[in-house]
Design a protein around this ligand. Structure first.
Ligand code: 5GP
Length: 188
């Protein structure tokens, strides 16, 4: 893969605001492209196959692993998630800045394989605030919320392993900060 300074990893615990921030970045700059992941989790209300995720069976996901079709993949809260490699390559070659919005294990894998990729870890202002945000989103049942919160306790201490760690107090401020990092990272 070429031009890896155009590969941007946005990571951090579930509920920290990664999705909202990424959407705003995409609205802001048409040269930014978001990779669509494959997942074995069920679609949430309103989610569309090929738009939010490629929703696949466990079997198909394992086949994709065997065929080495993923840039990275990880198990998160009982489901598999992975970044399809071919589109990422294609978009980087076309000159796009490619964003990966992924959980921490996958982000660590990419950082190890491709240290030139730029990685940003988003932190919540506090664990209480993270829980409030996950509950407010209203997309998970209690059991899934608990799993995500305990996973967050494992993930948060890794924030210092990434190029940047930003606390998401205010969405617009964080979007500005991430945008500046992306843009300066790309002009180096
Ligand atoms: P959700 O189920 O809330 O959509 O996603 C759960 C977690 O999986 C989030 O932290 C999200 O960023 C992460 N995720 C989404 N796609 C991928 C992927 O392709 N690879 C990895 N490693 N994590 C992903």
């Amino acid at each position: 893969m070429k031009n890896l300074n155009k590969l941007i990893i946005i990571t951090g615990p579930s509920g920290v605001g990664k999705g909202t921030i990424v959407k705003k970045l995409l609205d802001r700059d048409k040269d930014i492209w978001l990779s669509i992941s494959a997942t074995t989790r069920n679609p949430r209300m309103g989610e569309k196959d090929g738009k939010n995720y490629y929703f696949v069976s466990n079997e198909s996901f394992k086949e994709m692993i065997d065929k080495k079709e993923f840039l990275e993949w990880a198990k998160f809260s009982g489901n598999y998630y992975g970044t399809p490699l071919s589109k990422v390559n294609e978009k980087i070659e076309k000159g796009f800045i490619v964003l990966l919005e992924i959980e921490v294990e996958g982000a660590k894998q990419i950082k190890e394989k491709f240290p030139e990729a730029l990685s940003i870890f988003l932190l919540p202002p506090s664990k209480e605030e993270l829980e409030k945000r996950i509950r407010k989103r209203g997309t998970e049942k209690e059991e899934a919320i608990q799993k995500r919160l305990s996973r967050a306790n494992y993930e948060i201490p890794f924030s210092s392993k990434f190029d940047f760690a930003l606390t998401n107090h205010d969405i617009d401020e964080t979007v500005k900060a991430v945008f500046n990092i992306i843009k300066s990272g790309n002009s180096l």
